[in-house]
Design a protein around this ligand. Structure first.
Ligand SMILES: Nc1ncnc2c1ncn2[C@@H]1O[C@H](COP(=O)(O)OP(=O)(O)OP(=O)(O)O)[C@@H](O)[C@H]1O
Length: 250
């Protein structure tokens, strides 16, 4: 479980996060949603230490990440998997080398052990045998799956995913969502997903935090979001006429 308490973050005079608190449970897809510029990615980056919050705490199962030294953070970092926008694969490395990257960096496993783990992860995302391909030879959906294989290579307790569906067609988006959902449940991972995708919200949003102008405007589940009377949430999630019509049938 990850708990954040009263997170504040400014960039110069741009006051982006204005005191965000919340809990992200293990074995659950915890979604962060909100309009463009509401601070979703900034919050994610504060949680993983890519930004330092100006105030507030980030507790990983009670361990206060924000108060640890750089060296002390490494132990928690090893437990974190990340899938950031555009999959962020290394273009000059093969699929196998990409997935093996963290194992090479953080473990003393033998080559055979590492290869076994890489093959297990590739198998898990239905990319068995694609070891020697380069990112340029993969479709967008395949790149995301390699990104997921890399993110789970170290058997993370915590998984952070920024916009997993950007650039994907609706069907591939669902495949990626289902994969994230399965992995989260299977390994009891605390998964935090930043998304714009309303199919994801309704499909895998077991726990949703809605940000507006740097504040927590609403939180709840996908079942609750369909019946909330919070106007800002309604306007955001059910913006289109199609979504409004679907909502009325829920
Ligand atoms: N490294 C940075 N330096 C300065 N300003 C930043 C930085 N990162 C983000 N910001 C600012 O913080 C605000 C929130 O950005 P953020 O990327 O967190 O929003 P978001 O909700 O993820 O938006 P989107 O949905 O468009 O990706 C924006 O005004 C942005 O310009």
């Amino acid at each position: 479980m990850i708990e954040i308490k009263d997170i504040h973050k400014s960039f110069g005079d741009n006051y982006v996060l204005k005191g965000i608190s919340g809990k992200f449970e293990a074995g659950m897809n915890n979604l962060i949603i909100g309009g463009s510029g509401s601070g979703k990615t900034t919050l994610l980056k504060c949680m993983v230490g890519l930004h330092e919050p100006d105030e507030g705490y980030v507790l990983y199962d009670g361990r206060d990440f924000t108060r640890l030294t750089k060296d002390e953070r490494i132990d928690i970092r090893k437990e974190i998997g990340m899938l950031f926008q555009n999959s962020a694969l290394f273009d000059s490395m093969t699929v196998q080398e990409n997935v093996m990257f963290a194992l090479n960096m953080f473990t003393k496993q033998s080559k055979e052990e590492k290869l076994e783990r890489v093959n297990f992860c590739l198998n898990r995302v239905n990319l068995e045998g694609k070891n020697d391909l380069y990112p340029s030879e993969l479709s967008g959906g395949m790149k995301k799956r390699v990104g997921i294989a890399r993110a789970i290579s170290m058997q993370p307790k915590y998984l952070f995913v920024d916009e997993p569906n950007s650039g994907l067609d609706p069907l591939t988006s669902i495949v990626i969502d289902e994969l994230i959902d399965e992995i989260t449940n299977e390994y009891n991972i605390t998964t935090v997903v930043v998304t714009h995708d309303m199919n994801s919200v309704m499909g895998i949003g077991e726990s949703i935090l809605f940000l507006a102008e740097g504040k927590k405007e609403w939180e709840g589940s996908n079942k609750e979001i369909a019946h909330t009377d919070n106007q800002r949430v309604n306007d955001f999630v059910f913006a289109s006429k199609f979504a409004q019509a679907a909502k009325e049938k829920l």
